[in-house]
Design a protein around this ligand. Structure first.
Ligand code: ADP
Ligand code: MG
Length: 314
């Protein structure tokens, strides 16, 4: 298949633009808007694998579980991951398919439910730091604790379940993803960072109670399929130094060495920009040729070198 391949990691704003507009109709609006921009790059000749987050969607399902617990069985976290890969994948694959058709382009689009291997001895399991689901009182939290969850009081806001975010090591469906891409199919994969799975001594997989960072998983996928570009689409047009400070400086480009230096200087906020920069660094260190960070409306302009923040080995 001619053309270069990009892994496009879309952020939360591709699905929910505004916390007061989370209903499904608004999610469709947001996905259709993002899909238009992704299709513009496909029109320019790119093969694309789309990855996405699922944080808010997992929160909604956990909340639904809590409210319905007296009547319906709860959903384990690995299945919630699979559910969100299916529902978000469905929205993306339909929207991208429609946008392609509008332009008269004949291309197939498919979502791959993706399992990502993590190490059961990953230190992250000893120190779960990511709060998920709703806030609750201590008594309720202790009930979850008895079921095996780690719970913690979160900065005076109430009790919450805490979850580990282990490092992604392997992508089980890597080969089918690559095969589809090589055949010109637009693929949606590693949704929500992938469903975390652990391998036992016999090589069999089971779901893990964890979540994987989608930027990390996207970088791993990009390396494994030898992508030409890791494109991280988020809520900002460019990356900044001194972000939100009076002396803020937007960056057009940085080298791998500069990215590491700025990271060490603390320019990138943990939980938002930092995991993206770490993902970019990991992709470039594994031999990836280039990475780009921008927002959906600027994807095509950024690919043409007019905006966004480009990160390259040299
Ligand atoms: P996503 O859902 O795309 O993962 P995040 O909110 O996790 O989005 O991360 C993107 C956000 O990171 C931006 O919207 C911005 O508010 C924040 N951010 C933190 N540090 C920086 C920085 N140095 N430059 C630009 N944005 C930054
Ligand atoms: Mg994020």
């Amino acid at each position: 298949m001619a053309g270069k391949t990009a892994v496009v990691a879309v952020g939360g704003n591709a699905l929910i633009t505004d916390k007061s507009r989370t209903a499904v109709e608004y999610q469709w609006e947001a996905v259709r808007e993002t899909s238009k921009h992704i299709v513009s790059m496909i029109q320019q000749g790119w093969n694309v694998v789309v990855t996405h987050g699922n944080g808010p969607q997992v929160g909604f399902i956990l909340r639904r579980n809590e409210l319905a617990a007296h009547e319906v069985h709860p959903t384990p976290l690995d299945m919630i991951g699979a559910d969100t890969q299916g529902s978000i994948g469905y929205m993306l694959q339909q929207s991208i398919g429609n946008a392609l058709r509008e332009l008269g382009m004949e291309k197939d689009v498919a979502t791959i439910v993706t399992q990502v291997v993590v190490d059961k001895d990953d230190p992250a399991f000893q120190n779960p730091v990511k709060g998920i689901g709703g806030f609750m009182d201590e008594a309720k939290a202790r009930e979850f604790e008895a079921e095996g969850w780690v719970v913690a009081e979160d900065a005076g806001r109430g009790w919450r379940r805490m979850i580990a975010s282990p490092k992604p090591l392997d992508i089980i469906e890597q080969k089918p993803i690559k095969t589809l891409v090589d055949h010109g199919v637009i693929v949606i994969a590693v949704g929500g960072g992938g469903i975390p799975v652990i391998r036992d001594e016999r090589g069999n997989l089971t779901g893990a109670r964890a979540v994987i960072d989608k930027d990390r998983a996207s970088a791993l996928l990009a390396s494994r399929i030898s992508a030409d570009l890791l494109l991280i689409s988020t809520a900002v047009e460019k990356v900044a130094l001194n972000f939100n400070q009076p002396d803020q400086k937007w960056l057009d480009r940085m080298t791998l060495a500069e990215a590491k230096q700025y990271m060490a200087e603390g320019h990138f906020k943990p939980g938002s920009m930092l995991p993206k920069i770490e993902a970019v660094i990991s992709f470039l260190e594994q031999g990836g040729p280039a990475a780009l960070i921008t927002d959906p409306p600027n994807i095509v302009r950024a690919l043409n070198g007019e905006t966004g923040t480009w990160i390259t080995p040299q």
